[in-house]
Write a protein that binds this ligand. Sequence first.
Ligand code: LLP
Length: 463
Amino acid sequence: MSRSAHPAGPRHADVMSEGHYLAPADDLNVLDEKVWSRTVTRDEHGAVTVGGLTVSRLAEEFGTPAYFLDEADFRARCRAWSDAFGPGADVFYAGKAFLSRAVVRWLKEEGLNLDVCSGGELATALDAGMPAERIAFHGNNKTVEEIERAVAAGVGRIVLDSFQEIVRVAHVAQSLGRRQRVQIRVTVGVEAHTHEFIATAHEDQKFGIALAGGQAAEAVRRALTLDGLELVGIHSHIGSQIFDMAGFEVSARRVVQLLAEVRDEHGVELPEIDLGGGLGIAYTSDDDPREPHEIAKSLGDIVTRECEAAGLATPRISVEPGRAIVGPTAFTLYEVGTVKPLEGLRTYVSVDGGMSDNIRTALYDAEYSVSLASRTSDAEPMLVRVVGKHCESGDIVVKDAYLPADLAPGDLIAVPATGAYCRSMASNYNHALRPPVVAVRDGEARVIVRRETEEDLLRLDVG
Ligand code: LLP
């Protein structure tokens, strides 16, 4: 699918999308490997397969809608990130993208660390056996109870997000007789080029402590005086779904400047710097994400160069990719329920899920791709909007895409790159039952998060 301006102007089937003409791909049956997980292919009958299993069989066994997660791809991405950064750096998987006990076990086996941001994520991590020292605890308003659990468990670091929290964590640590390793999250004042709801380093938002006006320096001053805290570093996360490394460059430079100021004022060289997550992935063929080794090299070079210039020893770098690890590893499989052509506009394809299993299109105007998965087709491309079954017109899964014109109820269609922030942000809107996550590997499929049932819903409704 191409969103570039059409050289000959719009053809009748093209659509204006985000200021560009969206043209159908030359062959709708071809699966662009950029947006599909690594083991996805079509079998000899044309059906999409993942880990050697066809979608029709998967749909029969597990139902639709469902997320199918390519375990081999997930593990390969973990290894790519940890190999790229090497033993001198740390990769923390951001659990908010998608967390389950199976995922925690894979992370543990692949040598990654884990970033959690709530009591629930912490509980999942600990329950599945992630060693506490490999866990970082984040969040802009951790409750005292969450802080107590994190400190008592012995998490490797807590990332402090406000002046109140500096005191709160110090108090909890002291009362438990601990000295908690902490980082301070700073706001570096970078405008990340992404949707406003997922940009986090400009001044006017809720996260972190601003470098501007000396606030972050003051936070360091306070943290260094408190017995319950061992300040080990500075943290910055500039936003999400970012492709341009320039934002990270500015961020790294400003964080290193702060490290130099801390050294000058306190005679202390903080040993760690965390540059957060936010690396973009391909949702459509137009997205061109960087490989982990390029990102690692570019971040490593920036930090080393800035530290040399400031006369500092290079600190230990950590990063927190969530989407870039899990996002590309899963697709959502839906069954087509209705196909409704609107004369002169487009065809609405209704599926058996919707905004309850993927809120990203409605919330961020996110773009997705979609393919007919249960078979191939030689029919003409048809401009579609894939919509869900919820009671509102904003219930859109894929805003503009092409599917074959012979698409019919009962066909299975798949939306790739739904591994991150889809199941983790799923809701029960209209009392929808949240879909299962099924891990597929080497010809075997197993449910890692089961489908919700009406009993689950009714159990919470205590009358
Ligand atoms: N580290 C911190 C401190 C974060 O706040 C986040 C994401 C990450 C790492 C991981 O970012 P990633 O590599 O996954 O982009 N719901 C939104 C994304 C919100 C991200 C929040 N923080 C979405 O669906 O795009």
